[in-house]
Design a protein around this ligand. Structure first.
Ligand code: GUN
Ligand code: FE
Length: 452
């Protein structure tokens, strides 16, 4: 290992457990050639000085300037890659019309692989610059474009899950943007799984496939059943939208006679490797079902304000010990930054707790004890996301991938207002979570490799 180990000396901040922050000033993080963390040492520990001296002598010690903090990279559990050109537009419509009038016409353009290359390159670069080291992508129905996305992630060094969107229902999907048949959508999903797993330079599975039925309304039973079987046979992750809006929730109830969660379970689509976007309207029974399956939820608070008709009861889900992380849901959520998702998750929880109709008596306006704070939000954005995906990312611990970022609170373009005599490490972290911008993200690493 000598000569290939890299050692980072920095003040690190992470949330190894839900609700608490750990700060280690002047820590040493030893990273193996395979990009995994070997050890984390605190000043004063017996191995600290020998490790530091050895790394220094070998020229493999990375030191940081004052004002730089080492944080885990951010995990975006839910993002629609093809919707990047639409970010910040068309948010005035409800979900159904938004899909029909704006989203499907844009996604149909990815039949053109050159267009896909251009958009996906721009998106992956932007996400890395925003500190997103793991992204879970919905692609489109077109495999050449999905393959391009997987190759771009691999080339740029972003940890990613890439899914071919499957949608075959003749009544719910337009003729110009629909899988020709359930059988073809299942076959092409299988082909993308194989393509990604066999990509040269992807031996470490930095980029993984993910089975992606868009949501129950756009898929026939045959497709959903077939994708459930395929996910089982290939031991693949799964993602879909679950109980997002009043319309979606009611549509599935009407068609399937049960909730999204139960229907997905019956189709074989609810597993330990499933990521359910949103889930705002899940019931207590749904929570039990999701928990028993070990599935996870991608909470996308900003998107929810536009399309979900209700605030996700995050605190309650966390108390039930469901797996939860954060997503941007670009472009239903108009920001590429998971720090923005953190801010909105805190805000949404406060809105839920207080309620918003001033005419209603304060005691009847909201839901008791619904709030979370920045500590929960930071955990959701890092270790919580890793837990949903069942991959070792999101904290600095032996065996975890070194997916990290250096945040510069003094960045010339956007210095954060911190004062040494007023702000301890946890206050600095709080300010980073609430106020850091892309300009503060000085460096980003995935699997020990500097990216972006
Ligand atoms: N439900 C089905 N498709 C979509 C989508 O693209 N975005 C969101 N937010 N919800 C969906
Ligand atoms: Fe979505």
């Amino acid at each position: 290992m000598t000569g290939t180990t890299e050692t980072f000396q920095a003040t690190l901040m992470h949330a190894p457990n839900l609700g608490s922050i750990e700060t280690i000033e002047d820590a040493l993080v030893e990273v193996a050639a395979n990009g995994k963390i070997l050890a984390v040492f605190r000043p004063g520990e017996p191995d600290y000085e020998p490790t530091q001296h050895k790394a220094d002598a070998e020229g493999s010690l990375h030191r940081f300037d004052p004002g730089h903090f080492l944080l885990p990279g951010l995990v975006d559990l839910h993002i629609h890659a093809p919707q990047w050109p639409m970010m910040g537009k068309s948010l005035h419509l409800p979900l159904y019309e938004w899909l029909e009038q704006h989203t499907f016409p844009l996604e149909a353009r990815y039949a053109d692989v050159d267009f896909a290359q251009e958009v996906y390159s721009s998106l992956v670069d932007a996400l890395l610059a925003n500190g997103t080291t793991t992204a879970v992508y919905f692609g489109t129905i077109h495999n050449p474009a999905n393959q391009a996305l997987a190759e771009i992630c691999l080339d740029r060094g972003q940890r990613a899950f890439v899914g071919k969107v499957a949608m075959d229902d003749v009544d719910q999907c337009p003729d110009y943007y629909r899988d020709e048949s359930a059988a073809l959508a299942i076959r092409e999903t299988g082909e993308l799984i194989e393509f990604i797993r066999k990509l040269p330079e992807n031996e470490s599975a930095l980029v993984k496939p993910i089975v992606t039925p868009r949501f129950i309304p756009s898929c026939t039973d045959e497709l959903l059943e077939g994708l459930g079987a395929l996910a089982r046979e290939t031991d693949c992750h799964i993602q879909t939208h679950c109980s997002e809006s009043d319309w979606q929730h009611a549509f599935v109830k009407e068609r399937c006679g049960k909730s999204d969660s139960t229907a997905l379970q019956d189709f074989g689509l609810l597993t330990r490797k499933t990521v359910l976007a949103h889930s705002n309207h899940i019931t207590e029974d749904d929570c039990e079902t999701i928990k028993a399956a070990g599935a996870g939820i991608a909470h996308c608070p900003l998107s929810n304000f536009y399309f979900a008709n209700a605030v996700f009861p995050l605190r309650s889900a966390l108390e039930k010990e469901l797996h939860v992380g954060l997503g941007t849901d670009i472009s239903a959520g108009p920001s590429p930054s998971i720090f923005d998702s953190c801010r909105q998750a805190v805000t949404a929880s406060r809105v839920l707790e207080d309620g918003v109709e001033p005419k209603r008596e304060a005691s009847r306006r909201g839901r008791e004890q619904a709030r979370i704070d920045f500590r929960h939000a930071f955990w959701l954005a890092t270790a919580g996301g890793g837990e949903v995906l069942d991959i070792p990312v999101g904290k600095f611990a032996p065996g975890y991938h070194f997916d990290a970022m250096a945040v510069d609170i003094n960045a010339a373009a956007a210095p954060l207002p911190t004062w040494a005599d007023m702000d301890g490490p946890e206050e600095v972290l709080q300010k980073i979570i609430y106020s850091a911008t892309r300009a503060n993200i000085a460096k980003v690493w995935v699997a020990g490799r500097e990216v972006g």
